[in-house]
Design a protein. Sequence first.
Length: 123
Amino acid sequence: MNVVDTSGWLEYFADSPQAKHFAGPIEDTEHLLVPSIVVYEVFKKITLAFDENRAFQAIARLKQGRVVVVSEAIALYAGKLSIEKKLPMADAFIYATALLHHATVTPSTSTSRGLRRCGTLQR
């Protein structure tokens, strides 16, 4: 299973030079997990940068993977990881979701922060 952080999705949608690092996990929809906080962040950022219509188009792409809602277990584990690793809330939720689902995280360079591997922590 694969998890891509918000920045990775935004790079992919912008077709930036870094997009190629995220294309594999994003396009492998059979093995793609999408934390619900990523849905929130992508929707918000694309709406602010463009408009709601474009944001909904992006969300349709995210939903080709399996959206993982925040459970009590994810919330508690994210809180613990946030304290231990000094992670912002969204990063903690993404990381907790990946760890609890034994998924590979494909983070952007700015969010990897030396986190231990989940399967593999790719860059």
